[in-house]
Design a protein around this ligand. Structure first.
Ligand code: ADP
Ligand code: MG
Length: 250
């Protein structure tokens, strides 16, 4: 059996009495795409913050590649190989698109200026941003800014990529482009956790889905199976969510 690249053990995080993440156990395996879904406030972003070290766990542990990283600082976790995007995109606005990606490559370590530039150019090509490389990041439209987030994450040479609503606000053809890109990334062997409200996106990307509700796992399994479990989804997440799940079920 393959060892998990990431393992969450009885992970919890409280905020003044609110159990944002509640005794959660989860494993992520090399090269798989897992969809993380659940209503607003379910604890999805908190989970990403716990894994990437931006928030401290109240209890439990995060194991990356066999190593306990629960108390490790976010910068070190990023260098170890866990990259995350932010729900609210935050590039270095004054820097050019290329410089933003170079900064990520340099931060990840192990490369000088020339290598960082080459690496950044490759990822800009990959994310279809090469034409915009000399523009200030602040000038990019939303879809391009989201792609820049991806390019920056990839320049960190991650083994795990945590995508927090990276497709939010994109139109349908932009989403199709993003889907292709995320699939290409997974094909390189990077494990991906994709947080996403659009069920068609989850259905198209993820082999496995985890449904989070009030910080705990409500249901998990192969994507089609979980989406067919309409009663569970309806009972806990509301009929609107269930309809969306069905609509995304090809
Ligand atoms: N920094 C914080 N301080 C206090 N409460 C928080 C904080 N971050 C998240 N929460 C609470 O934790 C719960 C989960 O939030 P979040 O992880 O953002 O959910 P999701 O990303 O699934 O919408 C919510 O009740 C939210 O209000
Ligand atoms: Mg969120």
């Amino acid at each position: 059996m393959t060892a998990p690249i990431l393992e969450l053990r009885q992970l919890s995080r409280n905020f003044d009495g609110v159990r944002a993440v509640d005794n959660l156990n989860l494993q992520l395996f090399p090269g798989e795409i897992v969809g993380l879904i659940g209503p607003n406030g379910a604890g999805k972003t908190t989970l990403v913050n716990l894994i990437s070290g931006f928030l401290q766990a109240s209890s439990g542990s995060v194991i990356f590649n066999g190593e306990d990283i629960t108390r490790v600082k976010p910068q070190r976790i990023a260098r170890k190989g866990i990259a995350r995007t932010f729900q609210i995109v935050q590039p270095f606005a004054q820097m050019s698109v290329l410089e933003n990606v170079m900064a990520a490559a340099v931060f990840a370590g192990g490369s000088g200026f020339k290598q960082a530039r080459e690496c950044a150019l490759a990822y800009l090509e990959f994310t279809n941003l090469a034409d915009l490389k000399d523009r200030p990041a602040s000038e990019l439209a939303l879809a391009s800014r989201k792609r820049l987030e991806l390019a920056k994450s990839l320049a960190m040479k991650p083994r795990i990529l945590l995508l927090d609503e990276v497709n939010a606000g994109l139109n349908s053809s932009e989403i199709d482009g993003a889907l292709k890109m995320i699939k290409k990334i997974a094909d390189t062997g990077i494990s991906i956790v994709v947080i996403e409200h659009l069920m068609r996106v989850v259905a198209s990307l993820a082999q496995r889905v985890v449904v989070l509700h009030r910080g705990a796992i409500l249901s998990q399994g192969p994507t089609q199976k979980v989406f067919e479990d309409r009663l569970v989804i309806e009972a806990y997440l509301g009929t609107r969510f269930a309809h969306k799940a069905q609509a995304g079920n090809p």
